[in-house]
Ligand binder design. Structure first.
Ligand code: ATP
Ligand code: ZN
Ligand code: MG
Length: 502
């Protein structure tokens, strides 16, 4: 790695001092202040040249990876401050006029854009330049952050083109399929659902709602209650700052909805807009001008508020694990061209299980949820299912794809077979629930602490209710008398669908 900084140290007064005294000072700094913390044998940063111009000292610093040049400039600032205090001169600020960075990466990148920087790729070397960096940004470690970003992008490029990690863990016996049509089509024909003017959203009328709620009840009774989960209610408008911590803003923004409140709760601001609406128009661009920039992401993962609950708090292992579930409102995802029937929608409902505790407890909870979910799918609903190991959710949502290493599995997907899509070998299966252990990923990003610094992990498991409904109807069909006993009894008589004369 090579970093070269052209920086300026701005003083409170003109530096009127013989040049050799300044030279002697910088020689001393090169040999002391800049060598601190650099391992033996490694290259230390060095002030390559300097010049004094009125109340400014210009320096050129070259470094390798240890004590990188921008940090060296901050060290120099401190040392000069001390040195000049006897002359009653202070240091106003330091700035970097130009910072040049050269890094070798393991995996070549074919195209690269970096914030604040212009960059160039030459085989396995990335070169970038950032100009005019103010002191606050130097202190915030802008250059270090950009170097990390380049490394991350290089790692990502290794997985580019690879689909998400997927490995079969186990599967059920082949089951008898009672239906081979697309359940969404059938539900439409029966008047159980109705299309909404926008894609990926449906109106559920009472008959299908009753089945939907029965499945929800089954999951709550046999999973939430059985495993001691307590119900909580989580907000569905999530401030962007929280999505920065969960990592969703690093890789899921293209699948998210965002919410923008009005600039001001003042009807006068909207008067012009209201007038157009009264003329029968909806001036959408005008509306946008009256809104703030996006402040919230709309519920994407549903577990975000759980980590926020513990954010910056100190917990005690003896009080854990805590196990909450939320089913208070829908999740939203911009699936766009991927929207399909009832199974891949832009607005869906989920029971989200969230848990925090000692690592072993979190893994046991996740595994127990998986076991109970399989019992429902296999015994109560008599569905054909399979379980796969999947990309850890926190990586997937950050837009990173990785292979699982070692024996430990972070994420399992429970899938059911959709006979209307074709044979069992192909990708005609639907993920209905995913079961996750995040290790300390969110514990670190939300700064959750344990009183005695013992390890704390989190996990979450999301049951997509539309997915369960579609899986069930796809395999068991619409003739209720043929359904497995328990669900048939629980559903009972269905309400009538809506009839239209025309
Ligand atoms: P898929 O790969 O099928 O898009 P995902 O990996 O994006 O799923 P997760 O982020 O793991 O899904 O979300 C957890 C659960 O939420 C899924 O198992 C599924 O039940 C449900 N879910 C996710 N996206 C949708 C959607 N667009 N429509 C309906 N349910 C969904
Ligand atoms: Zn989650
Ligand atoms: Mg998805």
């Amino acid at each position: 790695m090579k970093i070269e900084v052209d920086g300026r140290i701005v003083l409170s007064d003109i530096l009127d001092m013989p040049e050799n005294e300044v030279r002697e000072f910088f020689r001393e700094i090169n040999n002391t202040v800049l060598k601190k913390g650099v391992p033996k044998g490694a290259i230390a940063p060095e002030i390559n040249s300097f010049s004094v111009d009125g109340n400014e000292i210009k320096v050129n610093i070259i470094s390798d990876r240890h004590v990188r040049a921008p940090n060296a400039l901050l060290r120099i600032k401190k040392a000069i401050g001390k040195f000049l205090s006897k002359y009653k001169i202070g240091v106003r600020k330091v700035v970097i006029d130009r910072c040049y960075v050269e890094i070798e990466v393991d995996n070549s990148i074919d195209r690269l854009k970096l914030p604040y920087a212009t960059c160039k790729i030459e085989s396995n070397t990335v070169k970038f330049v950032v100009e005019n960096i103010e002191e606050q940004k130097i202190e915030d470690g802008l250059i270090d952050k950009l170097i990390n970003l380049v490394k991350e992008k290089s790692l990502q490029s290794k997985y580019k083109g690879k689909t998400e990690f997927w490995k079969l863990e186990k599967k059920s016996n082949e089951k008898k399929m009672l239906f081979d049509e697309n359940p969404t089509k059938k539900a439409l024909e029966l008047g159980w659902i109705s299309e909404f003017p926008s894609i990926g959203q449906w109106i559920f009328t009472p008959p299908i709602t009753k089945i939907f709620r029965t499945i929800e009840k089954m999951i709550i009774e046999n999973i939430a209650v059985k495993h001691g989960f307590q119900e909580a209610i989580y907000p569905k408008l999530i401030p962007l700052e929280i999505y920065a911590k969960t990592g969703h803003l690093k890789g899921s923004a293209h699948e998210m909805y965002f919410a923008e409140p009005p600039i001001k709760r003042d009807s006068e601001i909207f008067e012009e807009f209201y007038d157009y609406v009264r003329l029968g128009e909806i001036p959408k661009d005008m509306l946008r001008e009256k809104l703030k920039p996006p402040l919230y992401g709309v519920c994407y993962a549903q577990c975000e508020p759980f980590y926020q609950l513990f954010s910056g708090k100190i917990v005690k292992l003896e009080d854990l694990p805590l196990k909450f579930f939320d089913r208070s409102g829908p999740s939203f995802r911009w699936e766009s061209g991927g929207v399909r029937g009832l199974e891949r929608v832009n607005e869906f409902h989920r029971i989200e299980f969230t848990y925090i505790g000692a690592p072993q407890d979190v893994v046991e909870i996740r595994d127990a949820l998986l076991k109970s979910a399989i019992e429902i799918v296999d015994k109560k609903l008599d569905l054909e299912w399979r379980v796969a190991q999947a990309t850890p959710v926190y990586l997937a949502h950050e837009g990173r794809v990785s292979e699982e290493k070692g024996d430990f599995v972070h994420s399992y997907d429970l899938e059911v077979y959709l006979p209307f899509r074709g044979g069992r070998e192909e990708s005609n299966w639907l993920e209905i629930t995913s079961f996750h252990v995040h290790e300390d990923h969110y514990v670190r990003s939300f700064k959750i602490k344990e009183v005695k610094k013992r390890d704390i992990w989190t996990g979450c498991t999301g049951f997509g209710l539309e997915r369960w409904l579609v899986g069930f109807l796809a395999e068991k069909g619409f003739e209720i008398e043929k359904w497995p006993e328990e669900i048939k009894n629980m559903v009972g008589e269905l309400p009538k669908p809506v009839n239209f004369v025309k």
